[in-house]
Design a protein around this ligand. Structure first.
Ligand SMILES: [Zn+2]
Length: 156
């Protein structure tokens, strides 16, 4: 198994009521030249956790951070107007928590964070603030939502 230091959360950037299946996601990624879907897990609106790449393989979901991370994506992330929004359904929240709890047990030293939290710290103050986000993905505060699943000592 690879060393895992991060579990990075993504959204599919599709609208709240829009269907975007694992197979569509895989096809779109392969059209962009990837060998397979870029994520390790894909959670659809009904709460189903689909398996993408094998955990033993590096994903293709966050440039510069794929080697040591696991990529988890949920279907959604935009509201009806196409604006960034936390569209996770109750079923998705439940499944994400179950999945992340299991991954936290398996990789207790891995930080759970959102794609946007890996944007460059342009003002160098040690925190990634909204004005520094390259994108909004995953459209919710993963560090806050899964604070109880973070490595011991992350927040002092
Ligand atoms: Zn992302």
């Amino acid at each position: 198994m690879r060393a895992i230091t991060m579990i990075i959360l993504h959204c599919s950037a599709t609208r709240a009521g829009q269907c975007y299946t694992l197979e569509q996601c895989r096809r779109d990624h392969m059209r962009r030249g990837m060998q397979d879907i870029g994520y390790h897990y894909y959670v659809t609106r009904d709460g189903t956790v689909h398996t993408g790449r094998a955990l033993s393989q590096a994903g293709a979901h966050c440039r510069g951070h794929n080697k040591y991370s696991i990529g988890v994506c949920f279907e959604g992330g935009l509201d009806a107007m196409g604006e960034a929004a936390d569209t996770r359904t109750g079923a998705q929240r439940k499944s994400l928590r179950t999945l992340l709890t299991r991954l936290h047990e398996q990789f207790p030293d891995a930080i759970i964070l959102g794609h946007r939290d890996l944007s460059p710290d342009t003002d160098g103050n040690g925190r990634i603030t909204p004005n520094e986000w390259l994108k909004q993905c995953p459209c919710f505060d993963a560090l806050l939502d899964y604070e109880d699943l973070e490595p011991v000592g992350l927040f002092g």
